[in-house]
Ligand binder design. Sequence first.
Ligand SMILES: [Zn+2]
Ligand SMILES: [Zn+2]
Length: 356
Amino acid sequence: MIDLHTHTIFSDGALIPAELARRAQVAGLKAMAMTDHGDHSNLDFIIPRLVTVARELNAVMPFIVIPGIELTHVPPPLIADAAKKARDLGARVVVVHGETIVEPVCPGTNQAAIDARVDVLAHPGMISEAEATQAAEMGILLEITGRKGHSLTNGHVARMAQKTGARLVVNSDSHAPGDLMSPEWAQKVVLGAGLTEADFQAMQLAAAQFLPKAGTIGAKHKAAPLKMLIVDDDAVSRMVLCRGLEPHGKCHTASNGREAIEAFRKALATNEKFDLICLDVMMPDVDGRSALTQIRFLEEDRDLEPEQRVKIIMTTTLSERKDIEGAFRDQCDAYVTKPVKIQDLLERVRQLGLIA
Ligand SMILES: [Zn+2]
Ligand SMILES: [Zn+2]
C-alpha cells in the first residue's frame, strides 16, 4: 500500500518524518509521500527538509519516503507557479488541496490544479465532469480519501472517475498516528465509495509511478549547467548534438581531434574543465581515437582522480563500433551509434550521472 498524502510537524501533523515512516511501515505500508501544507511562504522551508530526511531514511529502511507538498488554499492564479517552485525544490509528488465541501476552498482550485498539471488532486469535492475529463486526459490522479469530512464526496468522485476514465488513488491525509490506513482499511474505504477490489489494485499501480528510483532522491532535476565539447568534422552532426544537449549547459565545438585536444588542454590549464566530451571516431587529421588517448594522457599527467576525469562519449557508426569497443573500453565512458538519436545520447549522459 502506497499513501500519497500525509502530514508531518512541518505543517500541522503530529509526528516528525522518522516516526511517521516507522508507524506507517508497522501499519503495513510500503511507501508514503509526505505532503505538508504549503504556499509561497514555506515551500523552501518544508521541501528541502523532506528531501533530506527521505534520502537518509530510504538508505536504511525497508520503506520508501517520497518528498512532496500539498498546496493548500493557494489562490487559483498562484497554483501553477507554486507547483513549479515545489518541483524545482525537489518535491516528487505535488498534491493540491481540492474543493472539499467541508472547507471554504476557493472555487476554481480544482480547475487550476488540473491546468497546472499537478500529480494528485486531493478530495476534489463536487468535481465536475468536465474537470474529471480533463484530469483523465492529463493523467492527474483524483483522490478517494480516508479523511473524515473530506470523504463525504468520495462516492461522487468515484462516479466521475468511472464516467470519464480519470485514474484514482486512495490516501489517508494522515495528521496523527490514528489516521494511518492499513491496506485492509484503505480497501474498505475504496469499496465504500462504490468501487471494487480491482479498482483498489489499479489505484496502487497508479500510486507506484511515484516511487523514486534508488538513489535519486535529492538529485536535482537539473544539474548545474554542464560544460560540454562536441567534436565532429560534420557541421550538421555538431549542430544536432548541440541542440540536444544545450538544455543542460553550454556546448563548445571542435571539428577535428587536434582542435579538441587544444580546447581540452586550455580548459584544464584554466581549471574550467569540461564535464562531457562527445567525440566522433572518424575525422580527418587527428581522429577520435588519437584525441581520446591524448586527452587521457593529459589527465594522467595532472594526476587527476578517476572521478575528476571528463566523461567521454564516442559517436561511432555501427561498423566501427565492434573494432573499437574492446580496445577503448577503459578509456571512454560510453558509445552511441551514428546517426545519433538525441534520446539515446541523453540516456547515456543520465547514466553517467551528469543529468537527473
Ligand atoms: Zn492539515
Ligand atoms: Zn492534507
